[in-house]
Design a protein around this ligand. Structure first.
Ligand code: HEC
Ligand code: HEC
Ligand code: HEC
Ligand code: HEC
Length: 180
C-alpha cells in the first residue's frame, strides 16, 4: 500500500511540534527561581513577589471568608479544595503535577505567569531572551499582552471582582531587573 506523501509530511510535522511543545516542560518551583532572582543586582524578584497578595493567594482560600463565598456559590468542598477557586488562586490544579515542584501553597507563583521553567532555567539560556522564550518562557511582548494575561484571572468570574485598573495593579506587583 502506498502511503500518501502529504500524510507522511503531516505525521512528521506533528512529531516535530510535539517534541518542542512547552507543555512537556516541568515546574521547578519558586525556590529554584529564587536561587538567581533574589540578589540586589538582579532586582530581588523573589522578595518583591513574596510580599504581594499573589504569594498568599492559596492561604486566602483557607479563611472563613473564602469558605463563606464558596458555600454561597453552592460549593460543598472547603474553598482550598475546590477546583472552582483553585483555578485562579493556585494554578495548576491538575493532579498530574502533584508530584512535581509546583507547590499550590505558593499561590500565584513565578511559573504561573512565566511558564514551567525546567527548560529555560539554565544560566546560558536565561541570559538570552529569545532562547528562553523558545524553551517555554512566556513572551510578554508589551503592556497590552500583559494586561490581557492579568485579566484571565482578574475578571467577573472572580466572586470578589470589582474592577481591574491595569496601571495601578501592575505598579503593585512589577519586579524589574534594575538597568545598569
Ligand atoms: C541559574 C540562574 C537562574 C535561574 C535558576 C533562573 N533565572 Fe531567570 N534569569 C537569569 C538571568 C541571569 C537573567 C538575565 C537577567 C538580565 O536581564 O540581566 C534572567 C532573566 C529572567 C527573565 C527576564 C527575561 C527577559 O529578558 O525578559 C525572566 C522573566 C526570568 N528570568 C524568570 C525566571 C523564572 C520564572 C525562574 C524560575 C522558573 C528563573 N528565571 C530561574 C538567571 C536565572
Ligand atoms: C492565575 C491568576 C492570576 C493572574 C494571571 C494574575 N493575578 Fe493578580 N491576583 C490573583 C488572585 C487570586 C489574587 C488575590 C490574592 C489574595 O488576595 O489572596 C490577586 C491579587 C492581585 C493584586 C492584589 C489586589 C489588590 O487590590 O491590591 C494585585 C495588585 C494583582 N493581583 C495584580 C495583577 C497583575 C498586574 C497581573 C498581571 C500581570 C495579575 N495580577 C495576574 C490571580 C491572578
Ligand atoms: C477568575 C479567577 C478567580 C476565581 C475563579 C476565584 N477567584 Fe478569588 N480572587 C481572584 C482575584 C483576581 C482576586 C483579587 C481581586 C478581586 O477581588 O477580584 C481574588 C480575591 C479573593 C479573596 C480576597 C478578597 C478580599 O476582599 O479579601 C477571597 C476571599 C477569594 N478571592 C475567594 C475565592 C473563592 C472562595 C473562590 C471560589 C468560590 C474564588 N475566590 C474564585 C480571582 C479568582
Ligand atoms: C502575576 C504574574 C507574575 C508573577 C507571579 C511573576 N511575574 Fe515576573 N513578570 C511578569 C510580567 C508580566 C513581567 C514583564 C514582562 C516583561 O518585562 O517583558 C515580568 C517580568 C519579570 C522579569 C524581567 C524584568 C525585566 O526588567 O526584564 C523577571 C526577571 C521576572 N519577572 C521574574 C519573576 C520571578 C523570579 C517571579 C517569582 C518570584 C515572578 N517573576 C513572578 C509577571 C509575573
Amino acid at each position: 500500500m502506498k502511503i500518501p506523501r502529504f500524510l507522511i509530511m503531516m505525521l512528521l510535522g506533528i512529531g516535530i511540534i510535539a517534541s518542542y511543545a512547552p507543555a512537556q516542560n516541568k515546574y521547578v518551583g519558586t525556590k529554584m527561581c529564587k536561587a538567581c532572582h533574589n540578589t540586589e543586582k538582579m532586582g530581588k524578584q523573589y522578595d518583591v513577589w513574596s510580599k504581594t497578595k499573589h504569594a498568599g493567594a492559596y492561604k486566602t482560600l483557607a479563611t472563613d471568608k473564602a469558605n463563606e463565598i464558596a458555600k454561597a456559590k453552592g460549593i460543598s468542598k472547603p474553598a482550598a479544595e475546590a477546583p472552582e477557586c483553585l483555578e485562579c488562586h493556585a494554578k495548576p490544579v491538575d493532579p498530574k503535577f502533584a508530584d512535581r515542584a509546583y507547590d499550590a501553597k505558593d499561590g500565584v507563583q513565578c511559573e504561573t505567569c512565566h511558564g514551567a521553567g525546567s527548560a529555560y532555567k539554565n544560566m546560558a539560556i536565561m541570559k538570552d531572551k529569545a532562547r528562553s522564550i523558545a524553551a517555554g518562557m512566556t513572551d510578554f511582548k508589551d503592556n497590552a499582552v500583559i494586561e490581557k494575561w492579568c485579566k484571565t484571572c482578574h475578571n467577573e468570574k472572580s466572586p470578589t471582582f470589582k474592577e481591574f485598573k491595569f496601571d495601578e495593579m501592575w505598579g503593585k506587583i512589577k519586579h524589574p531587573v534594575p538597568k545598569s
